[in-house]
Design a binder for this molecule. Structure first.
Ligand SMILES: [Zn+2]
Length: 405
């Protein structure tokens, strides 16, 4: 059966600038696959036609970096920080990432599913049809595997595809404080083989930073991941230049994420390796960072740049993809078109899914977002608005008003 959406403006996000825009357009799909996207006058005949009243249609948004499965939240820690308590003091009193690890370990499967489901449903109601979700708040074999199973479990419950990423090397757990290399051994020898054999993750991530893991430790994790046939990505150069971008490039990483302190050599290495830079403006905003990622250098070097929410309890409690686009423009110097590309075609590339999604073209999945706006720049422009009218996930429609209930 062919369905035709007509009387639309398409932002196809193909190479044609700006936005791959087609006015007075139509889009047709058969089953879950787009068969036509172009001028209304050239549209094929269809079994069913829906007039969308001139609305804008974009590819379904792709959020390529989230940590949305976690126990508890860190609102009170944030409140304390605003009242002047130092991060060191908070960490000393058991706060920070290890507070989330404790809460996540203590939460049962169903409680974690419920809270993550609510956050993911919010993303979906804002036009997201593909999301990446990381583990990394378990830091023991049992809880890391539980988080990945939940990630796998969430996709079928909502109109969204989930890519699961194993982030065992996120922080050093308290029981290994005196033996970080021992924990890296657990990640490589106990967690990774199990996760690979049960196909619980699509990729492996790590946090390269003075407060987390050294490049040498991450090389061990990445080498093991490569042996097991898993692609890698990296939290790189967020708080200092630790050579993270170069390390990611050396391992042919899908993406290097954050990159505030990435050097010129790091940017060049990403360009040569074809690694996507994932910029996370929510964390930049929430932490009130002073050093922006080298957007102009990435642009000049031709590095594809994706934008994601980084939804997490400590540094970016952000469930609005459109606000992430706005932050990218107002704080980091992206154009609204670059920002939208960052959450569609470039985000698809960051997840190695660009063969079947991220643009509106025949052959791609009918993953669509329908918006109550006239021009795509409005998506990044309005603060706190949600103009999402409906989404189509693999050709199946969900009304945004329905998903907000
Ligand atoms: Zn992250």
């Amino acid at each position: 059966m062919t369905e035709l959406l007509t009387n639309v403006r398409l932002a196809t996000m193909t190479r044609a600038r700006p936005y791959g825009l087609v006015d007075d357009a139509a889009l047709a799909f058969e089953g879950e696959t787009i068969v036509f996207a172009g001028p209304r006058a050239q549209a094929p005949s269809a079994d069913r036609t829906l007039d969308l009243g001139g609305r804008l249609v974009t590819p379904g948004l792709i959020d390529a970096h989230t940590h949305l499965i976690y126990g508890g939240n860190r609102a009170q820690e944030w409140e304390q920080r605003l009242l002047g308590v130092s991060y060191a003091e908070i960490a000393y009193n058991g706060g920070g990432i290890l507070a989330t690890v404790r809460a996540t370990r203590a939460a049962g499967y169903e409680r974690l599913v419920q809270s993550a489901h609510a956050r993911l449903a919010t993303l979906c109601s804002h036009g997201v049809t593909t999301v990446e979700i990381k583990s990394g708040y378990g830091l023991d074999v049992e809880t890391e595997i539980r988080m990945l199973r939940i990630a796998r479990d969430l996709g079928p419950r909502l109109p969204v595809d989930v890519r699961a990423t194993f982030l065992g090397a996120h922080a050093i757990p308290p029981e290994f404080r005196a033996d970080p290399d021992g924990y890296v051994g657990t990640v490589c020898d106990a967690m990774l083989p199990h996760i690979a054999s049960e196909k619980l993750a699509d990729a492996v991530d790590a946090f390269c930073e003075t407060i987390a893991f050294s490049p040498a430790q991450i090389e061990r994790v990445f080498t093991r991941a490569a042996q097991l046939g898993l692609r890698v990505k990296l939290h790189a150069d967020q708080l200092s230049d630790g050579g993270g971008a170069e390390l990611a490039a050396r391992f042919g990483a899908l993406s290097a994420d954050h990159l505030e302190f990435a050097s010129a050599a790091g940017v060049e290495a990403l360009a040569r390796a074809g690694t996507v830079a994932v910029v996370l403006p929510g964390a930049f905003y929430f932490l009130r960072e002073q050093q922006p990622p080298p957007v102009a250098a990435l642009r000049a070097a031709g590095v594809p740049v994706a934008i994601a929410t980084d939804c997490n309890p400590g540094t970016s409690p952000l469930v609005s993809p459109l606000l992430a686009l706005n932050f990218a423009c107002t704080l980091l110097g992206f154009s609204p078109e670059e920002a939208l590309r960052g959450m569609t075609c470039e985000a698809a590339r960051a997840l190695d899914l660009h063969h079947d999604r991220g643009t509106l073209e025949p052959g791609k999945l009918a993953d669509l977002a329908v918006w109550d706006v006239e021009h795509p720049a409005e998506l990044a422009y309005a603060l706190g608005a949600n103009p999402c009218h409906a989404t189509y996930k693999r050709g199946r429609r969900t009304d945004a008003a329905e998903s907000r209930k």
